[in-house]
Design a protein around this ligand. Structure first.
Ligand code: 13P
Ligand code: SF4
Length: 330
């Protein structure tokens, strides 16, 4: 079948089935075009929760589908590809426990630590965080959640993205460290786990200098998963939806160079838009989902042979839900 055949079939199946297709902004164009709902991680979790259809097909990475299943256990959540975000893979339950043990060894008491996990983490890690009194955040609300967390008077253990943790610390004028960097965690407000996004590591200050030299009036825009020095040298830092909104409000003649995933940057605007890197910043796991996968998933509902359904262990789901709900309360 050609892509055109898949598209026709997907449209037919969407009409016939009680299903909603959800896609993150980093999905391939042809998959993204088939979505009923698109957004950043926070918007997708919220909108999927509010959706009435019993079947939800999530085109994104594993933690996104898992979060929807945890928040709406009655829904049948299917993923055309259960592809795991490389950053989320950097921490599991054991790594999390080891990190807490390291902090305890350094003299911090467990009750003086408040864990916050970026939504880009497994259900297992979210559950550990929930059980320890902590909560989840996304790139669009991380500052707000950390601000709230600090009101407890505790140290923040931020997992898994060290860049997001460090960037928020800089924005708020706080101190931060990374576990294992040789510094004393007791001296920092935000203690970060040593995880990162390999796609957003591609952007460098040299790329910013290159574009500023070429186009002195250019605006540099980056995602908070970029390195702290890149975010500090940018004109705007925001989540994927915040980046889209910021650019939409600019004069169409305003040149921009954007430090985030290629598929999103490529469909932002027709002109005056550059990728902030000489290397194409594609997210391999987001790119795994194809039209054929989407078609096969829809067909599995029609044929009553459900495939790739997201399942979360009840005990894990219970605590992970608590951590997610604490975020929504804020
Ligand atoms: P957003 O929540 O900003 O969409 O980010 C998700 C993500 O994985 C960025 O790499
Ligand atoms: Fe994960 Fe990075 Fe891909 Fe986002 S861009 S889904 S953080 S690997």
């Amino acid at each position: 079948m050609t892509n055109e055949d898949y598209k026709k079939e997907i449209i037919r199946l969407k009409d016939e089935l009680d299903v909603t297709i959800v896609a993150h902004f980093y999905q391939k164009d042809e998959v993204f075009d088939m979505a009923d709902i698109s957004g950043d991680s926070l918007q997708l979790a919220q909108m999927a929760m509010d959706d009435d259809n019993p079947y939800l097909i999530f085109c994104g990475v594993g933690f996104m589908g898992e979060s929807v299943k945890i928040l709406s256990p009655e829904k049948r959540v299917l993923m055309p590809k259960i592809a795991c975000c490389a950053m989320a893979r950097m921490i599991d339950g054991e790594h999390y426990d080891t990190s807490v043990a390291i902090l305890e060894k350094s003299g911090l008491k467990k009750e003086d630590i408040l864990p916050i996990t970026y939504i880009n983490s497994s259900a297992e890690v979210k559950a550990k965080v929930g059980e320890m009194g902590g909560m989840v955040c996304t790139s669009s609300n991380a500052k707000k959640i950390i601000e709230k967390g600090l009101k407890s008077g505790k140290k923040i253990l931020f997992v898994p993205d060290k860049c997001l943790g460090q960037n928020i610390a800089i924005m708020m004028g706080l101190t931060s460290c990374v576990i294992g960097d040789g510094s004393d965690p007791k001296e920092s407000d935000i203690i970060c786990y040593n995880g990162f996004c390999s796609v957003h590591q591609l952007f460098d200050v040299e790329d910013i200098e290159f574009y500023r030299n070429k186009y002195p009036d250019i605006k540099i825009i980056s995602h908070p998963e970029c390195k702290p020095e890149v975010c500090e040298a940018s004109d705007f830092v925001g989540s994927t939806s915040q980046i889209i909104k910021y650019i939409k409000e600019l004069d169409p003649e305003q040149k921009v160079a954007v430090g985030t995933e290629f598929n999103l940057v490529n469909r932002l605007r027709e002109k005056n838009t550059y990728v902030l890197s000489s290397t194409k910043p594609e997210c391999p796991t987001m790119n795994e989902t194809t039209l054929e996968d989407l078609y096969n998933t829809l067909k599995s509902i029609e044929d009553d042979k459900i495939m790739n359904e997201v399942q979360v262990q009840p005990e894990v789901a219970k605590w992970a839900k608590i951590a997610l709900e604490r975020m929504f309360e804020i």
